[in-house]
Design a protein around this ligand. Structure first.
Ligand SMILES: CC(C)(COP(=O)(O)OP(=O)(O)OC[C@H]1O[C@@H](n2cnc3c(N)ncnc32)[C@H](O)[C@@H]1OP(=O)(O)O)[C@@H](O)C(=O)NCCC(=O)NCCS
Length: 140
């Protein structure tokens, strides 16, 4: 019986990539190069940081992992500008779709809808048992 141990990311990532490649090739009928990267943006007002956003690119998807704007600088278009820059970066890497998961029915969902995202699925009792809406925006 194998011994099961906890390890740092790199060891499991390396094993996963090596062995997942064959499965991916079966699914898409061509060799998939698993290209994954994370991009962080800051919004600056002079020296001051007033917002940040993180994009994870993988499998031709751009996933918005987080976005936050300083409460004193909200409703000035900073969040929308951060998302537009993430779209540009995702487009550059040939992503066809952007995604994010937010608490369903809250202000964040209204913000993303105003920025062109649509609800694609509802995950009931998800984050700490609250419903999460999976939102998407097609880029191509
Ligand atoms: C969500 C958040 C990033 C929006 O940033 P922002 O800079 O205020 O957003 P913008 O000014 O670019 O807003 C663009 C549009 O989105 C909509 N919107 C933004 N905030 C909204 C809110 N609180 N309620 C409803 N609609 C909202 C509006 O239509 C707005 O356009 P308008 O101001 O002309 O009406 C910011 O409120 C925030 O940091 N919230 C806390 C963190 C969070 O919830 N992050 C998202 C999940 S990770």
């Amino acid at each position: 019986m194998a011994e099961i141990v906890r390890v740092a990311d790199e060891r499991s990532d390396a094993f996963y990539r090596e062995h997942a490649r064959a499965a991916l090739k079966t699914a898409w009928a061509f060799t998939v190069v698993w290209h994954e990267q994370v991009v962080d943006l800051l919004a600056l007002e002079g020296e001051r940081t007033v917002g940040t956003a993180r994009l994870r690119i993988a499998a031709s998807l751009g996933h918005v992992e987080r976005i936050v704007v300083d409460p004193h600088f909200r409703r000035q278009g900073i969040g929308r500008a951060l998302l537009l820059e993430l779209d540009d970066i995702a487009n550059y890497y040939n992503c066809h779709k952007m995604t994010i998961g937010v608490l369903a029915g809250g202000e964040a969902e209204r913000f993303f809808e105003a920025c062109g995202y649509h609800r694609e699925a509802l995950l009931p009792q998800h984050d700490f048992k609250l419903d999460v809406a999976m939102l998407r925006k097609f880029l191509l």
